[in-house]
Every structure is written in structure tokens, then in C-alpha cells.
Design a binder for this molecule. Structure first.
Ligand code: SAH
Length: 351
């Protein structure tokens, strides 16, 4: 009887659940609803990694939970620290052997963690190492929180910024990603500000529109990487599904709904998208959208044979965009000495 009730719950691991859902579990275990608040606090505010340490919960409840609701928490399979800038890259392992990467960047104002949202990726972008072996599975909200909590715990820091720019396409794991954001900003948990969370997408248009309507106050970045459909289709399969025009319309909608400017990521690839004409066309495309363009000299992926323009080429592209009064940054590269680029550490551990 009890088992059936548990099985009908929407999400299996305890870190993925909202207090209301924990209350249902507590009720099924014959406990009072306030126990759910204690349980939520242990997990999301007090950094518990197991039920055993929740000493103010009755032993019978802890036993019930251990039997019915999995507690997933990643272990650190590898850790690399950059000697250049202190950036730490983690390879986390989950109970089923799934491996994901997260990167912790330490800034003057706090620590920022770049997390993975899926194990692998099925988007197929040609310049990206994360997609080479396809998608293994998506991560649950709790597993993504595990990256944040385990990284903070390992380094003894409070993580104040989280970016969903590691392996995976966040909007291909939409429900769990939204749940993750709601849990991370929950007033009884880590209480991050939505403004300190950023999602990056390769451009799943209907999901961008849906996200705009969630009113989460988070920042949104689009991996644009090309000024027109022809070039974009050469490097990003998703561009065959939605045109740049439809994609930019969705981004404009996001900017309107959120009142925030959006970011366009543009990985410069030598001879593919880095000419003056490309800059001019890009500028005309995004004109009128409140935005920032973030230029990223492409990280070479040996399997793909793509390379970046030199520093002068990057600077020229930036200047050309600035002529049109566009805000442009060049991504500062951190952790160059520790396989900084997405998906590269994980690839060394999985055959
Ligand atoms: N799927 C999401 C988030 C993960 S990728 C997205 O596409 O936005 C995070 C960022 O790194 C994206 O902008 C992606 O296009 C970029 N990226 C991937 N491989 C890269 C490489 N080799 N060099 C530079 N940027 C890369």
C-alpha cells in the first residue's frame, strides 16, 4: 500500500523534490507535514549527503526514506586545478556510473559554477566535444543540484552564480532544468537569485518561448555562432529545424518578457564565420534586440579539424561589431591548462 503511493510520485530522487512533494512522502510514512520542511532544510540548506545524519528526524522516518526514496549525490571521480587561475574542474560520477563535468571559476565577487545538464548531448554541433558520443541520458534536477552542492562542499566556498553551459542542451531537459532553477532559488534552500543563473541554448525555439513565460528572471544565452542560415546549418544541425529569423524572434520575446538583455554566443571559426562580411551581416540581424555578443575563439577539437582566428582576427571582428554600437565581450579563457573546453575531461575517462 505504502509502496504504491511512493511509486506514483513524479520524481524519484529526494533532492529533486519540492517541500509539498516531500510532505506527501512524510504523510505516506505516517509523519507530520513539518517533517518535510526539516528534510528540505537538511538537503538544501545544511548540505546533508545522507539520511543518517538528519538526527532530528525520527529513526523510523529515516529508515522509511532510505528504503523508498533514493538519495543521489555525486562522488568526485577526478579534480583538476588550474595553476594559472585557480579554476577547478570536476568530473563527477553518479551511482549508475554516469560521468559529468562541472567547472568552478573563482572571481573576486564569488564563485561561479558551470554545470552539465545531460550525460552527453544529442544536438550534434560540429565544433563541440560533448556531442561526439551522443546522449546517454538526462540529469534529474537533484543530480544537477548535486553538482552545485558537491563542488561547493569540496572547495569550501559558497557558489553564488550558476551557468548551465556544460555538457548537454538544457532545453532538451526542460522540466528538470526548470525544477532545478526553482529549487536553487527556493527561499528555504540555497536562495540563489535568479539573476545569478544563466541558461545557454543552441536554440530550441518553442522551449525558448516557453521559458520566457516561466518568468524566472534568469539570463538566457543563445549559441548563435553564425550570421545566416547557410553557415549555421553547416555547423549546427538544429539550424535545419528553425531559421535564424525564428530563433532571433524567440530571443527578442525572451528579452521583452524578462526585461533583461540576452546574450549571443559566437564561436569564431577561422574561414567559416569570421570575415568582415560575417560581422556586418550579424550586426544587421541582431539590430534592435537588447543584447550582448560574447565572442569565443573556438576551442580546437582534434576530431573536427576546426581552428580559431588569431588574436588580431578576433579583435578585428569585435571592432567591426562595435561600429554598429553592439556590446561585445571576448570570453576570457580560464583553466586553459586543465582541459577547459566542454566535454574534454569526460572524454578522457570514457572510452
Ligand atoms: N547546449 C547549450 C549549452 C552547452 S555548450 C548550448 O548550445 O548553448 C556551451 C557553449 O560552448 C555553447 O555556446 C557552445 O556552442 C560552446 N562551445 C562548444 N564547443 C565549443 C568549442 N569547441 N569552442 C568554443 N565554444 C564551444
Amino acid at each position: 500500500m505504502e509502496k504504491e503511493e511512493i511509486n506514483s510520485l513524479p520524481s524519484p530522487d529526494v533532492m529533486s523534490l519540492f517541500p509539498e512533494e516531500l510532505a506527501e512522502i512524510c504523510a505516506a510514512a505516517g509523519e507530520k507535514p513539518y517533517r518535510a520542511k526539516q528534510l528540505f532544510g537538511w538537503i538544501h540548506a545544511q548540505d546533508a549527503v545522507s539520511y543518517e545524519e538528519m538526527l532530528n528526524l525520527p529513526k523510523s522516518l529515516r529508515t522509511y526514506l532510505a528504503e523508498h526514496v533514493p538519495f543521489v549525490y555525486p562522488s568526485v571521480k577526478a579534480r583538476q586545478e588550474s595553476k594559472l587561475d585557480g579554476t577547478v574542474k570536476f568530473l563527477f560520477e553518479y551511482q549508475d556510473g554516469a560521468l559529468v563535468e562541472s567547472v568552478l571559476m573563482k572571481y573576486k565577487y564569488g564563485s561561479s559554477l558551470c554545470i552539465s545538464t545531460q550525460v552527453g548531448c544529442r544536438m550534434g554541433c560540429r565544433f563541440c566535444a560533448s556531442t561526439l558520443n551522443g546522449l546517454e541520458r538526462s540529469l534529474s534536477a537533484g543530480e544537477m543540484l548535486g553538482e552545485v552542492y558537491a563542488a561547493g562542499r569540496s572547495e569550501g566556498v559558497r557558489i553564488s552564480n550558476v551557468v548551465l553551459m556544460g555538457t548537454g542542451e538544457p532545453l532538451d531537459n526542460y522540466d528538470e532544468v526548470v525544477r532545478f532553477i526553482k529549487l536553487l532559488t527556493h527561499p528555504d534552500g540555497k536562495k540563489l537569485s535568479g539573476r545569478n543563473i544563466a541558461v545557454s541554448t543552441c536554440g530550441l525555439v518553442p522551449m525558448i518561448r516557453r521559458l520566457a513565460e516561466e518568468k524566472l528572471t534568469i539570463a538566457l544565452a543563445l549559441s548563435l555562432h553564425a550570421p545566416n542560415d547557410e553557415i549555421r546549418q553547416r555547423t549546427m544541425p538544429v539550424a535545419k529545424k528553425w531559421s535564424i529569423e525564428e530563433t532571433l524572434d524567440a530571443m527578442r520575446y525572451y528579452a521583452e518578457q524578462s526585461g533583461r538583455r540576452v546574450t549571443f554566443e559566437y564561436a569564431l571559426i577561422k574561414g567559416v564565420n569570421d570575415s568582415d562580411d560575417n560581422a556586418d551581416e550579424l550586426a544587421s540581424r541582431i539590430s534592435g534586440i537588447p543584447c550582448l555578443v560574447n565572442l569565443i575563439p573556438v576551442n580546437p577539437v582534434a576530431e573536427r579539424g576546426l581552428s580559431a582566428p588569431d588574436d588580431a582576427g578576433v579583435a578585428r571582428f569585435k571592432k567591426r561589431l562595435e561600429k554598429y554600437r553592439i556590446n561585445v565581450t571576448i570570453r576570457r579563457e580560464l583553466g586553459r591548462d586543465i582541459d577547459g573546453a566542454c566535454g574534454q575531461l569526460r572524454r578522457r575517462f570514457s572510452s
